[in-house]
Write a protein that binds this ligand. Structure first.
Ligand code: PGA
Length: 241
């Protein structure tokens, strides 16, 4: 595992975009695993700039996202499909048909999970998986648990995650869906490379546990210690510097 320390969020966004841009330059038909949340937004802005200035090309890229709220349609402003369209896809030359997220509208959990595992099997292996980390150590929506997940799961979101995400629902917890579909940790670990981006002092304690603590499903991100090719890009606040 390599850890790149950068000064602040702006530098983090640029460094993470450069890292992904290098991947797309080396392998233009990369399969990239993408993430939502606040942390990657600056990186996505930088990737958009690089695409629009001709530095990188998404025309052969396939993307698979980590997760989606159960019950939200893709045109719901808080769905992760909407987020990805808004923050990246509609601004770059990626083909919409090459972008995949779990389908939040499938009612039957087993069906939704099987469908997404089929997508991952079909387009994979993932060349580079982008991750953020939740305050509880989650990756994707894989919340702290008694065991690491393998394939796609229907997860009951924990209270802390719903509180953190209420900011996107006008601060109204009751609007935050109770469940989500998430790529499993087994699938994340099969990615050839992993890029973890972390910002802010409020993530310092959990990042330290993930990087330096015991590998345990009660801190899902700690499993990354066992992956052979992880790059962590974190700002000084997140690294407690
Ligand atoms: P954040 O979310 O980037 O909005 O902090 C990260 C996560 O919950 O995985």
């Amino acid at each position: 595992m390599r850890v790149l320390s950068v000064k602040n969020y702006d530098e983090l966004s640029k460094a993470a975009a450069r890292y992904m841009a290098a991947q797309l330059t080396l392998k233009p038909d990369s399969v990239i695993g993408l993430a939502t949340g606040s942390t990657p937004v600056g990186m996505y802005k930088e990737l958009i700039r690089m695409n629009q200035s001709g530095e990188i090309d998404f025309s052969e890229v396939i993307s698979v996202n980590l997760d989606e709220y159960k019950g939200l349609a893709g045109d719901h402003p808080q769905s992760y499909r909407y987020f990805m369209n808004d923050n990246l896809f509609k601004h770059v030359n990626i083909f919409a048909d090459n972008t995949f997220l779990p389908d939040g509208q499938i009612e039957d959990d087993l069906q939704a999970c099987q469908d997404y595992d089929d997508v991952i099997d079909c387009v994979g292996p993932i060349d580079m998986q982008l991750l953020g980390i939740g305050h509880n150590g989650h990756i994707g929506f894989n919340e702290p648990a008694d065991a690491f997940t393998t394939g796609t799961q229907c997860i009951t979101l924990d209270e802390r995650t719903r509180q953190a995400n209420a900011r996107f629902f006008d601060g109204d917890m009751s609007q935050v869906p109770a469940k989500a579909y998430t790529m499993g940790i087994g699938s994340i670990m099969k990615a050839k490379k992993i890029l973890l981006v972390v910002t802010g002092a409020e993530k310092a304690e959990i990042l330290d546990k993930a990087l330096n603590g015991p590998v345990t499903p009660s801190v899902p991100a700690s499993i990354l210690q066992l992956h052979p090719d992880v790059m962590v890009i974190a700002d000084e606040a997140a690294l407690g510097i």
